[in-house]
Design a protein around this ligand. Structure first.
Ligand SMILES: [Zn+2]
Length: 422
């Protein structure tokens, strides 16, 4: 078993908590010293850095939200002078005003360290060829994969997004062993491989972020491409891809880099911290970030803490369940609440159903109807699909089964849910 940062990754539970306690106090003091917005907000909550007790007082700290990032665009929450910044990334989202994350050189090293831990945890070794398929630009995916791959000593093939035929050719010609990207794009790569009759015998590891995927999808990718798929976690606000963590080869939950972040699960309605095992909203606090620390940031992601016990891989860093959905993504149709991922999971359990599907939500005078379109090999009937969906949803949506290649296929993150208004 190899670790990128053995000291941090093999800390015992007690050591993790001691370092969290120390770093939380430092982070609160740093934010209040460096930025007026944090100072005012924490003073209003009665926080005094000289008497703040660390973990014991964590729940006295107010939450941060995406809205705070948008309201403080571009650098209203930055805790260091602008002259100390080295890089920035940004995500736009649907509401318009972007979320900006600035980095000092130390923040970039922190990001690279978290990402490198993920690569090595997945089995990547120095000298391995690593193909990076997220775009290199404002979105953090490409650069995050790059910084981490360099820290882990990998040989980077920085293809960026799109041009799938070239991706497949380069992966073949350079002997790519590790690929990073979004899981839906892998499906496109598998199609092109089939069309061009290319095999990629060296490809062994897939690190996928930015969209949740089911175990069934993981299995399909393993069967189709022969790679082990890992589910990486992190977002613009926490400092980018891989900052929070990833699942290890035991695949029993996503380890969170707890020496770098405190992860809590709270009731999305009341904000109360929930006991381990209960599903709620993931809240993250960064412990070493300088330019823009997040303190009790409400991610909008839903998950639960699976375990804080030592894992078979030797890490004690707590494990989160796969992200079951985002609060924003939850669909309510015919009075039933569900996440798109639940439908994916159900569909892919049917033999012959292919991992290309879309959910069309038709809004007619405020009444929403669901239509499910899925590709499948000949022999799969609409009746079969309808039966499985009824078991999950309690109602039977409209829908159709399509021949392979009939639905629009994504060159990047797939758009699985489509809204149509009459
Ligand atoms: Zn593990």
């Amino acid at each position: 078993m190899t670790y990128h940062n053995p000291e941090a990754e093999t800390m015992a539970r007690g050591e993790i908590e001691a370092i969290q306690n120390k770093r939380l106090k430092e982070t609160v003091a740093h934010a209040m010293r460096g930025n007026a917005w944090f100072r005012q907000r924490f003073q209003e909550a009665g926080i005094d850095p000289s008497t703040f007790r660390g973990l014991e007082d964590l729940q006295k700290l107010p939450f941060m939200s995406k809205k705070d990032f948008r309201d403080q665009y571009p650098l209203g929450m930055c805790c260091v002078p602008k002259s100390e910044l080295a890089e920035m990334h940004m995500s736009s989202g649907s509401t318009g005003t972007p979320v900006v994350m600035p980095y000092t050189p130390a923040d970039l090293r922190q990001w690279a360290d978290c990402m490198a831990r993920c690569y090595v945890m997945a089995g990547a070794r120095a000298g391995d060829v690593c193909q990076i398929t997220p775009g290199f630009g404002l979105f953090n995916g490409g650069f995050g994969c790059y910084h981490g791959a360099r820290a882990a000593g990998l040989f980077v093939v920085p293809t960026g997004a799109g041009n799938t035929a070239r991706q497949v050719k380069l992966a073949h010609d350079f002997g790519t062993r590790v690929i990073t990207g979004v899981v839906s794009y892998t499906l496109r790569i598998m199609e092109v491989m089939a069309e061009t009759k290319t095999t990629l015998p060296d490809l062994k590891i897939g690190i996928f972020g930015a969209e949740s995927f089911s175990d069934e999808m993981k299995r399909r990718i393993h069967d189709g491409l022969g790679i082990e798929a890992f589910d990486i976690y992190g977002m613009t606000e926490t400092g980018g891809i891989g900052t929070l963590g990833m699942d290890c080869p035991e695949h029993c939950g996503l380890h969170q880099w707890e020496d770098q972040y405190i992860v809590e699960i709270v009731d999305p309605k009341t904000g109360e911290v929930l006991p381990d095992g209960q599903v709620g909203e993931v809240v993250a606090t960064s412990l070493t970030r300088e330019a823009l620390p997040v303190i009790r940031f409400r991610t909008g992601d839903l998950s639960r803490i699976v375990s804080r016990e030592k894992c078979g891989c030797g890490r004690c860093h707590l494990r989160l369940d796969r992200i079951s959905g985002r609060l924003d993504d939850m669909l309510i149709i015919s009075g039933v609440n569900f996440f798109p991922l639940q439908i994916e999971q159900a569909l892919l359990k049917i033999p012959g159903v292919l991992p290309e599907y879309r959910l069309i939500i038709k809004d007619h005078d405020g009444t929403k109807k669901l239509r499910v379109e899925v590709e499948a090999k000949p022999g799969v009937t609409g009746h079969q699909v309808a039966k499985v969906l009824k078991e999950v949803l309690g109602f039977t949506p409209e829908g159709d089964v399509y021949a392979p290649g009939s639905l629009p296929h994504a060159e990047g993150k797939a758009k699985r849910v489509i809204y149509e208004k009459d």
